[in-house]
Each structure stands twice: as C-alpha cells, then as structure tokens.
Design a protein around this ligand. Structure first.
Ligand code: ZN
Length: 76
C-alpha cells in the first residue's frame, strides 16, 4: 500500500504575502520625523513634553529612529 502524502503544506502565507508594506511604511516611517539616533529622538520627545507618551523605535525601512505613541503597537 503506497503511502499517501498528506497535504500538509501550509497555504502560502496568505496575509504575510499580501502584507501591505506601502501602508505600513507610510504609517511607521513616511509620516514621521526621522532622527539619527535614539538619543536624538528621545531628546526631541522630551523637548515636546512627550517623553512619557512616546516611545522611540528604530525604523526598519529607513534605519533612522522615529517616535510613536506608547500605546501603539509596532513590530520590531
Ligand atoms: Zn523610517
């Protein structure tokens, strides 16, 4: 009796493939100011009195640093 291969393959990354990079990029990068360093970003947040409300993160698109609201989720 021949072994039957189970169709175990996963569907080809339905969401990841169609992940809207342009929108994500616009949201996490394009619409934000970019800072050359984490310190710079933090200093700017502090200057604006937003140090408690903002997080800094390194952008995976432009490799600069951006500020984001603390509640906002971002993907590392
Ligand atoms: Zn960026």
């Amino acid at each position: 009796m021949a072994k039957r291969k189970r169709p175990k393959e996963r569907p080809p990354l339905p969401r990841a493939l169609f992940f809207d990079e342009a929108a994500d990029r616009a949201r996490s990068c394009g619409s934000k100011d970019a800072y050359p360093s984490e310190q710079h970003a933090r200093a700017t947040a502090a200057m604006n009195g937003m140090a408690d409300a903002l997080n800094v993160y390194r952008c995976r698109y432009c490799e600069f640093w951006h500020l984001t609201r603390r509640r906002e989720e971002y993907i590392d």
